[in-house]
Structure formats: C-alpha cells, structure tokens
Design a protein around this ligand. Structure first.
Ligand code: NAI
Length: 462
C-alpha cells in the first residue's frame, strides 16, 4: 500500500500550493524540500526579499526626492545596510514560517532533504524510500549564466547573491534588462550605486508591449540607470573585489569594456531538475531542459506530473500556483484548468509595470483588427498627488466586438490594477463593460476606466 496519495517535490509557490490543495481535497500528501525553510526561490531568494528591498529603497527615494516638496523638511535618512538586510530576512522568515504553519494545519508531511525518483510510485530522500500513488515535480528553476561568465556570488552574482551583498556597491553592472535586472538595478540605484545595464536586444523587457518598453526605459533613465542596448556580453573577468565586463555592440561589432565592483548576471533562469533522475526514468524534456507534460501536467511516465518553472511557459510564481491548484484537482479526480491567455506579468519598478493578454505587436502579427484606448496618469488626480503622473493605461480591444484582448500599464499600483482587466478577460468582457462600471474617486483605477472609455466615445479627463 502506498504511504501517500501524492508526494510533491519542491515547496515553492507551485509545490506548496499544490500540496495544500491536494490535502484540502482529501489526498494524503507529503512535500519534499531540501532547503532549510519552505517557500522555494520565491519566498527565500526571489519575489519576497526583492520586494522588501524595493519597498525600503523606495522610501529612501521618496525622502530624498519628494519629501521637501510636500513640506516634510530635514535630512533624508542614511542607509544602514545591515539593518535593511535584517528587515528583509525578517520578512522572509514570516513568510516561510507561514507556509510551515499551513503545512501543519493541512496535515502535510514535510520530508526534509533532496528527492530522487527511482521509479514511478517511489521517492527516495536520503536513505528513506517513500511510496506514493502520484509524484508531482515542482522543483523550480535556477539562474542561468552565459559562456565566459562564472558566477561566484561575491563579485559576479546572480539574483541570489544580489540580495546578500556585504555592502552597497559603488558601481554595479547588470547584464540583462529583464525583470530581475531592472528590479534589482532599481534597488541599488536608489541606494546610491552607479548602475549600468547591458542588454543584448535593442529593447528592454523583451516580450512586453513596445510602448511600455520605451516608456519604462525613459523613466528608469531619468532615475539614473544607464542602458547599453544591442550589446552582447563576451566575458566577465573577476578579481576578489572588482570585475571587468567585455561586450560587443551588435551594430558594428566594436568591443568595449566596463569595470564594476559587482556584476549582476540576470540573463534568465533554467529548470532545476538536477538529481531527480529524469534521464533514468525516461522522462521527456525539451532542449531547454523543460519537462514535457500533457494538458493535465502528466509527464510521459504515468503517475509523474510536473508544474511551474520546471515545465514550459512563463517562469512566474503565480503561473506555478495556478498549475499547482489545477494539477491537485486533476489528481483528486476533478477538472483542473489554467487559462494561459490570462496570466498577468508585473515588474515592481517605480512606477510598476503590468501586462496581460496580447500586445499590439501580437495583434499586428495575427493581422487582427483592434482598437486602442489609452489614458495617461497625468489625468488622474490621485497619481499626481504621489508624483506618479508619468505612466499610462492602454487597453486593446477587438475592433468589432469590443472584447478586451490585452492591457498594458505603467503607473502607480499597476500590479494591482491589472487584475480588474484579468477578471474582465476571464468573463469575456468588453471595454464598454469596464467603462460602464462605477470606479471610486479618487483612485488609480479610474485610469483603467478612462482607458476603457477611450476605446469608445472617449475619456473624460483627457
Ligand atoms: P528575463 O528573461 O526576464 O531577462 C533576461 C534578459 O537578459 C533579456 O532581456 C535578454 O535579452 C538578456 N540577455 C540574454 N543574454 C544576454 C547577453 N549575452 N548579454 C546581454 N543581455 C543578455 O530573465 P531574468 O530577469 O533573469 O528573470 C528570470 C525569470 O524570473 C524570468 O522568467 C522572470 O519572469 C522571472 N522573474 C519574475 C519577476 C516578477 O514577476 N516580477 C521578478 C524576478 C524574476
């Protein structure tokens, strides 16, 4: 008899959410985690700690740039880096202990250690072998690096090392203008570092709507981040305290170097499946190392499932969570489903960037007839009060049916505002449906309504 109905491997947002849902649905569940604390990359060295540092550094930015304008006089606070890291660690601790509490509450066994799958129905952790009806791999991802670039987590760091630097670097070079590069680049810029971002493509945040890419780059440049675009990094030579980055400009092949106290490599992540024994099991993977699954997250080996960063799709905590819940439902004999067309993406810079659904480029490529409703936060009273009038909300809707196809926001609270549109899209709503919904005044969400109005007869405050 199997000891468990499900053993989940990995306790990140995909794994722990899946384990909780399995337990709630009456399945006897265990979760294997090799870290000292639950929560995976997101809670320990990703989303949560970076948001703590973004919050703290934003307060400093406000004190330095906006307090005096509001009549708040006096010297801006100085940075006690050790204390800031302690605050960040406290936030991590509260969250990881929260997951531990939820495991106890739901009677989920935490098996401590790193898992191997000797065969379907068996999970080995150390000397112990556990029997289970189903296995759910939620082992997440790890930072990937470039040829010629060796991460030592001291001078050449991944996002993990960047959250633990011994001091705020004088000069930080960031390789990659994606989500991690821009969020952590913002943190250190606000704390006083000189920050240069080197990006391979000619745009920042690949995949985002082009207007958002341009707008965000302009805003971050104004905040003091320097960008070198169209530049392929060739190598990074590091000593104990410094590093030299060599890159080639793609337009003319010219070679350049830049020196830094710290280099952050933020060029993407790859699935973390080491030690699971996928090869021996014959589990099919893509050339990028992603585990292949069917529509119900089952691998080619019956009884072994996979979700989150370890499989295809955007490497986002909330995508993994949704897959975790849906897969748990499948394992419990229900009908789990994820709508991959409505997965928001958020970048927690200031202002925030949020996006869901199609970009204008997507719609053009599809040859789809669409209309655009755009509204600037300049016309939003609340945004002006917090010095955030620079961004915009852009809604894309089908030209004929008015059905919302996508939304792109740069502005205060964008990461929260986007969900109004996610719900609208889930319900197949039109821009008019959003425009006809009463929005409280004064809120940032009025800008979303105005963008929806802009898809029809026009906004009021523009
Ligand atoms: P990313 O895929 O977002 O960006 C990597 C960037 O590096 C790209 O712009 C790429 O063009 C550039 N690049 C690649 N090779 C290069 C080279 N040789 N020289 C210069 N630039 C080069 O990856 P990132 O930022 O490392 O994030 C990893 C994953 O974590 C992403 O999937 C991201 O969505 C996720 N994440 C999400 C967050 C959020 O939702 N707020 C926060 C942090 C990470």
């Amino acid at each position: 008899m199997a000891q468990y109905d499900v053993i989940v491997i990995g306790s990140g947002p995909g794994g722990y959410v899946a384990a909780i849902r399995c337990a709630q649905l009456g399945l006897k569940t265990a979760c294997v985690e090799g870290r000292d604390t639950l929560g995976g990359t997101c809670l320990n060295v990703g989303c949560i700690p970076s948001k703590a540092l973004l919050h703290a550094s934003h307060q400093l930015h406000e004190a330095e740039h906006n307090f005096a304008k509001m009549g708040l006089k006096g010297k801006a606070p100085s940075v006690d880096w050790k204390q800031m890291l302690a605050y960040k660690d406290d936030v991590i601790g509260q969250n990881t202990k929260g997951v531990e509490f939820l495991f106890k509450k739901n009677k989920i066994d935490w098996i401590k250690g790193w898992a191997t799958i000797p065969e379907a129905g068996k999970v080995q952790v150390g000397d112990e072998t556990y029997e289970t009806k189903n296995i759910l791999i939620a082992s997440g991802s790890e930072p990937s690096t470039l040829p010629g670039v060796e991460i030592d987590e001291k001078v050449v760091v991944s996002s993990t090392g960047a959250l633990e630097l011994p001091k705020v670097p004088k000069k930080l070079v960031v390789i990659g203008a994606g989500v991690i590069g821009l969020e952590l680049g913002s943190v250190y810029k606000r704390l006083g570092s000189e920050v240069s971002v080197i990006e391979f493509l000619d745009v920042i945040t690949p995949g985002m709507d082009a207007e958002v890419q341009r707008g965000l780059q302009k805003m971050l440049t104004k905040q003091g981040l320097e960008f070198t675009l169209g530049a392929a990094v060739q190598k990074v030579e590091a000593s104990k305290t410094k590093a030299k980055v060599t890159y080639k400009l793609r337009k003319d092949d010219s070679e350049h170097t830049v020196e830094a106290d710290v280099v952050l490599v933020a060029t993407g992540r790859r699935p973390f499946t080491e030690g699971l024994g996928l090869d021996k099991l014959g589990i099919a993977t893509t050339e990028r190392g992603q585990i292949k699954t069917d529509a119900h997250w089952q691998t080619n080996v019956p009884g072994i499932y996979a979700i989150g960063d370890a499989i295809a799709g955007p490497m986002l905590a909330h995508k993994a969570e949704d897959e975790g819940m849906a897969c748990a439902e499948v394992l419990a004999g229900k009908h789990g489903h994820v709508n991959y067309g409505v997965i928001p993406g958020v970048i927690y810079t200031w202002p925030e960037v949020a996006s869901v659904g199609a970009t204008e480029q997507d719609l053009k490529n599809e040859g789809r007839a669409y209309k655009t409703g755009k509204f600037s936060f300049m016309g939003n009273g609340r945004a002006k009060a917090v010095f955030a009038g620079e961004g915009f909300v852009k809604i894309l809707a089908d030209k004929e049916t008015d059905r919302i196809l996508g939304c792109h926001i740069i502005g205060p609270g964008a990461g929260d505002l986007i969900h109004e549109i996610c719900v609208a899209m889930e319900f197949g709503a039109s821009a008019e449906d959003v425009a006809l919904t009463c929005h409280a005044h004064p809120t940032y969400s009025e800008a979303v309504r105005e963008a929806a109005l802009a898809c029809g007869d026009g906004p009021i405050h523009a």
